[in-house]
Write a protein that binds this ligand. Structure first.
Ligand code: TPP
Length: 647
């Protein structure tokens, strides 16, 4: 464990009860210390950064006012949970965050009783909080429930569904909206535009100042002022808040207040805590607060690798030779080329402009990119609508987040055979973000959808070719292209060409075993091929780039020439590509063929580097070669046993 500085308060704060022993006037120093500790640790280890720095005061105030863990705090998304972890028994382990066997970068019930509800995907907190509040009331228990949600997460439909339901149920629940106007990229929502316009008004600025002063004096002047404050708040609602919206949803709205004034926050939270019906507290914060490089470059410092604390510059060593490009950058650049070829192509993202590489297209052709906010379901149905009118949408969504849009891609897109192209990035094990973010379900759920074509490139050039083919050739319905997080293979990029529909590619010809590998696993299969060759095992390696439809001709040929097949995919094994091959063998009565399916086992995989995790699940070249070797030995023993039985 690295040395922890000599802080005035933080060294003695291990749990919120330690915090609650302090005087309210000590809290600003506590906040400075929490912030300093977080900056010190995370600049050395890497991790989510800007969001946590922005909620230091809020987190301190919440744990000070609420009796956690009896009172329940439910943080949305979880990437802002670092100060919460520091205050809830995990300060000494913060340096392990996002590492193999270390702390999760998000909130996780199994990690701490203070993590009331696990998170990683956005917009769930209000739903979950309402569930907790309902369970409390059903059991006649007595505690407070607060959901903490960012303005970005507020753009997700689930947040609105939950707010709507809160208004009907009228339970004792508090929603704290942390408004920093930033999602990862600048937040895109009519809602946040509305706030911005309101806050720009001079009248509102003046009223805001007055209400802040009043709330600052609440403790000393007591009930009379509290009532006056409430009256002024009431008056302000109609002038300066989206009062109508929140009122219609059944919430009492308070704010906006300065989310970096911890003392005022405490006073406001104490007042709100007394209210027994749905309350929404709107606080204004700054992402990256207190760390100059993060304040000025919130995009880059949303999540960081190891950086120099003083300059904010990356400490990653520059590579000795040029490295292969990142898949998502190749995607973004290819989209520019494609959009230049055809005016009907557009890119669609759900709040991940930078992350998907569509920022590259946006810079070249801003009117050809649509960022719809954290709204994956909407992104898909919106794209389906465009497709009915002849636009060719390329929807770029990470595999893990596309899970949100399953009904949309089934009911709205595939059922109507609409030509929408899905660019499914971060498919496979993503590494440090862990279980909430691995993209390991998409093969399973996409191959079950009629009319869907599902492909996976073996390298970055094949990604380009697949995009080209999906847009110009495979026009009879939706096409999904899954590709991994990280660097390509390093092949020379060349002009795009068509890939024949439904055709696999033989890469190596051997006699002992046939390996059918999907996407990123082709690279590992080729490594395994080399190791197997040294063991005198000769393998055929096939780039099984079409997951749906399978290449039935090639599969037939393989079945007629081999008695041992290996399938490899970086996705859940249960119901995935390997299962598709087994279904084929069963349908065609190829009972003599022994199959080894390699993929992700039936459990959630935690965080670590991609290499560590591939090793853990046996999907790196070495492990693949070892598993094939022992499988072949077993096969051989079995066939000898069979011969003996016959004798
Ligand atoms: C369903 C889903 N889509 C996308 C993401 C990726 N994502 C992580 S944080 C984030 C922005 C959240 O913005 P906000 O709620 O305002 O929190 P802030 O970081 O500004 O504190 C996004 C889009 C996600 N976590 N979940």
């Amino acid at each position: 464990m690295p040395d922890i500085k000599n802080y005035k308060f933080l060294n003695d704060i291990n749990y919120p009860e330690d915090l609650r022993k302090l005087d309210i006037n000590d809290l600003p120093v506590v906040c400075d210390e929490v912030r300093d500790f977080m900056i010190d640790t995370i600049t050395k280890t890497g991790g989510h950064f800007g969001a946590g720095l922005g909620v230091v005061e809020l987190t301190v105030a919440l744990h000070y006012v609420y009796e956690t863990p009896i009172d329940k705090l439910i943080f949305d998304t979880g990437h802002q949970g670092y100060p919460h972890k520091i205050l809830t028994g995990r300060k000494d382990q913060l340096h392990t965050i996002r590492q193999y066997k270390g702390l999760s970068g998000f909130l996780k019930r199994s990690e701490s009783e203070y993590d009331v509800f696990g998170a990683g995907h956005a917009s769930t907190s209000i739903s979950a909080a309402l569930g907790v509040a309902t369970a409390r009331d059903l059991q006649g228990k007595n505690f407070k429930v607060a959901a903490i949600i960012g303005d970005g997460a507020m753009t997700g439909g689930l947040a609105f569904e939950a707010m709507n339901n809160c208004g009907v149920q009228k339970r004792d629940i508090t929603v704290i909206m942390n408004d920093n106007n930033i999602s990862i990229d600048p937040n895109v929502s009519a809602f946040s535009n509305y706030f911005n316009e309101i806050f720009a008004s001079p009248t509102v600025q003046k009223l805001r100042g007055e209400i802040w002063d009043l709330t600052g004096k609440l403790d000393s002047v007591g009930d009379r002022i509290r009532k006056l404050a409430a009256r002024i708040e009431g008056g302000m609602k109609t002038i300066m808040t989206p009062g109508m919206l929140f009122e219609a949803l059944g919430f009492d709205y308070f704010g906006p207040i300065n989310g970096h004034n911890v003392i005022k926050l405490v006073k406001m939270l104490r007042m709100i805590k007394e209210i027994k019906t749905p309350v929404l507290l709107h606080i204004i914060t700054e992402k990256g607060k207190g760390y100059a490089p993060a304040e000025s470059d919130y995009r880059r410092l949303h999540a960081i690798g190891k950086i120099d604390r003083d300059t904010g510059k990356s400490l990653a060593k520059a590579p000795d030779k040029p490295e292969p490009p990142l898949y998502y950058k190749v995607f973004g650049q290819t989209m520019v080329e494609l959009c230049r070829m055809n005016p009907y192509i557009v890119g669609v993202t759900a709040a991940m402009l930078d992350g998907t590489g569509l920022d590259i297209l946006e810079r070249e052709m801003p009117n050809r990119v649509f960022d719809v906010g954290i709204a994956e379901g909407h992104a898909v149905t919106f794209s389906s609508g465009m497709a009915t009118e002849g636009i060719i949408p390329v929807v770029a969504i990470y595999s893990t987040f596309l899970q949100r849009a399953f009904d949309h891609l089934t009911h709205d897109c595939s059922l109507q055979k609409l030509h929408v192209v899905f660019a499914i990035d971060r498919a496979g094990l993503v590494g440090e973000d862990g279980a909430t973010h691995h993209g390991v379900m998409d093969i399973v759920y996409l191959r079950a959808v009629p009319n869907m074509t599902l492909v996976a490139p073996k390298d970055e050039q094949e990604l380009r070719d697949m995009l080209y083919s999906a847009i110009f050739d495979y026009t009879h319905g939706p096409v999904a292209i899954r590709f991994p997080r990280g660097k390509g293979v390093g092949v020379q990029l060349e002009p795009m060409k068509s890939i024949p529909y439904g055709k696999w590619e033989k890469l190596k010809i051997g006699d002992d075993v046939a390996i059918l590998a999907v996407g990123n696993m082709v690279r590992e299969a080729m490594k395994a091929y080399e190791i197997l060759s040294e063991r005198n095992i000769s393998a055929t390696v096939i780039n099984s780039r079409f997951i749906k439809p399978l290449d039935y001709d090639c599969l037939e040929e393989v079945c007629n020439n081999f008695t041992t097949l290996i399938t490899i995919e970086e996705g859940q094994k249960m119901g995935g590509f390997g299962t598709a091959v087994l279904e084929f063998l069963a349908d065609k009565d190829y009972h003599h063929i022994r199959v080894l399916n390699l993929g992700i086992p039936d459990k959630f995989i935690e965080q670590g580097s991609q290499a560590e995790l591939l090793r853990e699940v046996g999907l790196d070249g070495q492990s693949i070669a070892d598993q094939i070797t022992s499988f072949l030995e077993i096969s051989q023993e079995k066939s000898i046993d069979k011969v003996l039985e016959l004798d």
